[in-house]
Design a protein around this ligand. Sequence first.
Ligand code: HEC
Length: 167
Amino acid sequence: MNVKTTLTTLCLLIAFVVAFVACNETKTSPKQEASVTADSALNDSAASCDAPSSTRYPNQDKPMALMMRQMADNAQKMKNKLEAGEKIDAGTFPFIRFHLVEPTDPNVLQPQFYENARVFQVAHKALVNAPLEKQKEMYTAYINQCINCHQTYCSGPLKRIRKLVLN
Ligand code: HEC
């Protein structure tokens, strides 16, 4: 084998390794998602809500927990907007259908949970459809529905949710 062939082989090898690593990286999240849905055996009790699930089972957070985090982030953005005198709109903050996806603890899926979710969705609709001058009031009613459901089903995040109340 001459030097040129050795170099070419080496380059091909490096290219292959790089491509392999890149592909694997892009594949990580769907793979994790698949294991998330398949892993219902790992469910624990309602106490699961006492700590953010990420600290307990890294990468095994259930879809409902992930959506809740998104909802909390969105609520913080809504609060910032309202305090800056800006309007909240349905396009930026669509309703997140958390009640249709798998929770960490399947025991929460009771009639009262779905009723709370329904009332919460009504509050969301009222908020995003309200005129700007009514939105602070509607936002308060919306956050009260987060608190209402959390008092029954998942008290851990209440401290975090109370910080979302308007000052
Ligand atoms: C109908 C009941 C209900 C409503 C309404 C509700 N939640 Fe939740 N929330 C839950 C349940 C149940 C969990 C546990 C989800 C899981 O672990 O799969 C949860 C989990 C959370 C978590 C923890 C997520 C994590 O990291 O594991 C946060 C934060 C949260 N909710 C914030 C909110 C905020 C903010 C609102 C309102 C904008 C809200 N929730 C409305 C029931 C509700």
